[in-house]
Design a binder for this molecule. Sequence first.
Ligand SMILES: Nc1ncnc2c1ncn2[C@@H]1O[C@H](COP(=O)(O)OP(=O)(O)OP(=O)(O)O)[C@@H](O)[C@H]1O
Length: 130
Amino acid sequence: MRNKFLETGEAGFHPVRKIKVVLSGLAFAVRYDFSVTYKLFLSVAVLGVFFLFRQWVDFLLLAAATAMMLQAELFNSAIEALCDFITTEENHKVKVIKDISAAAAGICILLWAIILLVEGYRVLHFIIGS
Ligand SMILES: Nc1ncnc2c1ncn2[C@@H]1O[C@H](COP(=O)(O)OP(=O)(O)OP(=O)(O)O)[C@@H](O)[C@H]1O
């Protein structure tokens, strides 16, 4: 196991190892956190329609909102897991940390939901209009 601050393990940049780590974290979140799974599913469905209809601006807008939402959800899950790793006892500091983290995720999820609703409406328009 590598730790760049402690200078232990194998040094150097390994893109394949990086990609494996990213996919592993994402797979874990999708598998065990339903709130990530269904949001990702909804986004991919709408993104797929925009891709088919070559609506690149809408595609990029929703892709950016999805990335932001996903990033906030993943950080929130990581902070929750870290808190639970430290203690599962009732603790006021843990409550504050988790609430702040949930608030950050909530803001991103709200913006994602607004963009998804607006873009979802446009998708229906495309499907009905084509
Ligand atoms: N150890 C604790 N001490 C005090 N309050 C806590 C503790 N753990 C959780 N809470 C409170 O419960 C809330 C929910 O925490 P929890 O870890 O269950 O997240 P969650 O509901 O699983 O969130 P998500 O749906 O994003 O995974 C926190 O925001 C916090 O207010």
